[in-house]
Design a protein around this ligand. Structure first.
Ligand code: ATP
Ligand code: FE2
Length: 323
């Protein structure tokens, strides 16, 4: 059996093909790279014009033809409306043309499930840190529940905004990481943890208004926001009595964030895990895999229920495949 998954909640159009054992046969990604901030309509146009080439490339890489696909899944939300609608339209068309079932997947949950598939963790607290999303999620009483999240912007969007104002290329995360390693001093920035939630807009404003050297600011920005994320993750671990942390999202590629989370986990007798890079960022393989385990648990998305959900909450989904 071959499962095709389409991802397109934000910048990245992803097409993944997996078999039922979870082997990733193809994981094609095409990313829209804005010069300024992301423009949803332009990103959607990018996804539309890359859709067919990306699907064909994935089929070719997997060494199969369209007719070999027996399940189509797609990211139903949360995300940018125009992007979600473009990808949902393609998924519906494929499912109808191939006469195979369709499954709509919650994007945040897919980040957890691909981690459970590709690392040794089984019941982790997920620190999901990407451009648009920043959440700490864990399984509890039949649902993936959000234990903490950003009260304003995603941590990656904050880093990208800081980078843009300082003339760095997009995405700025990797460049901020590089510059942080050249820093000579630490600059005090607002440390903003409220209960289990975090907020980044005050830190962004303070760092944009600072006249400190750019490398020092990059270093201090990383130290401050990653410490905030690690603190909230640690409290979620303590609260849920779990002993595994999973990292997901583009910001989780950052070595300093990984290091902080690993140290925190080790000090508590817990372990930290992260999927390989291409499965950490937004990708079609995670959507394909989550669609498959949902389908096996009896979930299917009929056409009339396949409308996209821009604000699709992680804890709205009944996790029928984990009891
Ligand atoms: P979504 O929010 O829908 O999950 P996204 O479009 O933000 O998706 P990702 O690929 O998960 O997608 O994450 C991109 C973000 O990751 C960008 O904000 C980028 O700056 C950040 N990023 C990438 N590499 C690093 C790094 N080494 N350090 C810090 N941030 C990074
Ligand atoms: Fe994501």
């Amino acid at each position: 059996m071959h499962i095709l998954g389409l991802e397109g909640t934000a910048h990245t159009l992803g097409v993944g093909i997996l078999d039922e054992e979870g082997n990733v046969l193809a994981n094609v990604m095409k990313s829209y790279k804005p010069k300024e901030g992301i423009h949803p309509r332009e990103a959607a146009n990018h996804h539309a014009s890359n859709m067919l080439p990306a699907i064909n490339e994935a089929l070719e890489t997997a060494g199969i033809v369209r007719e070999d696909i027996s399940l189509v899944s797609f990211s139903q939300g949360p995300g940018l409306g125009p992007c979600l609608r473009t990808v949902a339209t393609a998924a519906r068309a494929l499912s109808l043309a191939l006469k195979v079932p369709l499954v709509g997947v919650n994007h945040c949950i897919a980040h957890i499930e691909i981690g459970r598939l590709t690392t040794d963790c089984s019941d982790p607290v997920l620190l999901y840190a990407s451009g648009g999303n920043t959440q700490v999620i864990a399984f509890s009483r039949g649902r993936y529940r959000v234990f903490g999240e950003t009260l304003d912007i995603g941590v990656g969007n904050m880093l990208d905004k800081f980078g843009r104002m300082n003339h760095m290329p997009f995405p700025a995360g990797p460049e901020i990481e590089r510059r942080a390693s050249l820093a000579k001093g630490f600059v005090e920035l607002p440390y903003s943890v409220k209960g289990m939630d975090v907020s980044f807009s005050g830190i962004l404003t303070a760092s944009l208004n600072s006249s400190s050297p750019l490398d020092d600011l990059c270093y201090s920005l990383q130290e401050t926001v990653f410490a905030m994320l690690t603190e909230v993750t640690e409290r979620a671990l303590a609260h849920t009595s779990k002993n595994e942390v999973l990292l997901g999202g583009g910001v989780a590629r950052n070595k300093r964030l990984r290091g902080m989370v690993e140290t925190m986990a080790a000090e508590r007798g817990a372990r930290a895990y992260a999927p390989p890079g291409p499965l950490c960022v937004d990708n079609g393989a995670m959507i394909a895999w989550t669609g498959y385990i949902m389908y096996k648990a009896g979930c299917e998305t009929p056409l009339e229920k396949s409308a996209v959900m821009q604000n699709y909450r992680t804890d709205e989904v009944d996790i029928a495949w984990r009891k």
